[in-house]
Design a protein. Structure first.
Length: 442
């Protein structure tokens, strides 16, 4: 009996010790908030500060997440779908009752830097404070001033619909203890001013790693493989590796082409679609040329990760990557050639050459030979739509074939693309297509 009591006491002490560690890890670096009346008031904010805040909010693409479809800008209510349930974005307008009208700049900074709400609650990382923690206090204050200059919208926040235990503060505290540590951006004295500015924007405000990095089963980013590509949960789009020239790496690109892609959505031999099209449309096209060039310089000089493609996350839509070895012909290839001739050649050309400034070339297109085939299937099923931007206001889109082609025909035509014109990527299976089609069903 004494032995059992001793074991129970030891386990209790261990649990209390672990809980204390988790609490400490969640409080590290936090300083007491100043009295509310000592915080700068937004009502007397300098117009130049508000203008800067508006620019920074655009860079962070804040409105896209904090605006429900058909709703008021920044009033929240948009669902961020996760494998653990839905997180609904909050009201960022200065309404005193339902928005952030009572938030001081210090409280806003705590949310950005520490991921903690005004009332002390821990925030879910669907709000990417794991990146925003790098933002300077000055930039946080500017965004706060801008948000407080908006028209107040009285719209209560929607409660999250996360499953148990993910809907508990205790579970969130454990997650943060494992995956989050407040930080500040430290410029690299060995690098140029442009590179450091690009690193600050890429790692912080534009939060590229939130999509372009692999996540584990608990939603934590593998920092050792930062920007090495990741499948967007629930959405089932693959954000290709920015560290791998076979995926979306731009180490060999001219700076001007990278800037063009981020500014217009199209560049020689490349175009964006899916979630990245939204980023360009609502965010990066509005950045200054200097900031885009800085981001381009940083992306161009990212450390290479030659194994990124081989380590593409396993999923229902992940095939083996292209290799230098010959790929055995697929029995679907003949059907794929017929489907291509009937539905695709009219725009993309008999030899996959495309049409300049209209339809992208498919021959030699690295998006066609990605190890993860999710994006190819998504585009064929649901259409491909580059963003409408100031620099490219009337892009040509691709219609959806969801109701036109069977799973077998989609798999066949994509297999054809991945083996034609010198490509040596593995076949796409009907199962890949079926699972993606099913995942999009209402």
């Amino acid at each position: 009996m004494k032995r059992w009591l001793g074991a129970l006491a030891a386990l209790t002490a261990l649990a209390m010790g672990l809980a204390a560690v988790v609490v400490w890890l969640n409080l590290r670096g936090e300083a007491p908030l100043p009295p509310p009346d000592s915080a700068p008031t937004h009502r007397r904010a300098d117009p130049r500060l508000i203008e800067r805040g508006a620019y920074l909010a655009r860079a962070g693409n804040c409105m896209a997440c904090h605006t429900a479809r058909g709703g008021e800008a920044y009033a929240g209510g948009r669902a961020v779908e996760t494998p653990f349930g839905n997180v609904y974005s909050s009201n960022l307008t200065p309404d005193a009752a339902t928005g952030i009208g009572r938030w001081s700049s210090a409280e806003f900074w705590r949310a950005m830097h520490h991921g903690r709400s005004r009332d002390g609650r821990l925030l879910y990382p669907a709000f990417p404070y794991t990146n925003y923690t790098l933002i300077t206090r000055e930039d946080s204050d500017a965004i706060h001033a801008y948000l407080h200059s908006l028209r107040p919208v009285a719209q209560p926040n929607r409660p999250h619909t996360l499953r148990f235990p993910y809907n508990t503060q205790a579970a969130l505290a454990v997650w943060r203890a494992l995956y989050f540590q407040p930080a500040r951006f430290e410029p690299n004295a060995q690098e140029t001013t442009g590179w450091n500015r690009g690193a600050y924007l890429t790692q912080g405000l534009t939060h590229c790693s939130a999509c372009h990095s692999p996540r584990d089963a608990w939603g934590g980013i593998d920092r050792a493989r930062d920007l090495a590509g990741g499948l967007l949960p629930v959405q089932n789009w693959y954000a290709p590796a920015l560290t791998d020239p076979r995926e979306a790496g731009v180490s060999t690109w001219p700076i001007g082409h990278i800037v063009q892609l981020l500014q217009t959505g199209v560049a020689p031999g490349a175009s964006v679609a899916g979630p990245m099209a939204e980023v360009v449309q609502h965010s990066t096209q509005f950045l200054t040329g200097a900031d885009l060039a800085a981001i381009a310089e940083h992306l161009q000089r990212l450390p290479g990760d030659a194994s990124a493609t081989r380590r593409a996350p396993a999923s229902a839509v992940a095939s083996a990557p292209a290799s230098d070895k010959a790929v055995a012909p697929s029995p679907l290839a003949p059907l794929g050639a017929k489907v291509y001739e009937r539905h695709c050649a009219g725009c993309h050309g008999d030899a996959g050459q495309g049409v300049a400034n209209a339809y992208p070339a498919l021959a030699g297109n690295r998006a066609v030979t990605l190890g993860n085939v999710a994006n190819l299937v998504q585009v064929v099923l649901h259409g491909g739509y580059p963003p409408a931007t100031t620099g490219h206001p009337r892009p040509f889109g691709m219609p959806p074939y969801l109701l036109t082609l069977t799973d077998r025909e989609v798999a066949a035509v994509l297999t054809h693309l991945r083996s034609a014109w010198g490509h040596q990527a593995p076949a796409v299976s009907e199962l890949d297509v079926n699972r993606l089609r099913a995942s999009a069903a209402p």
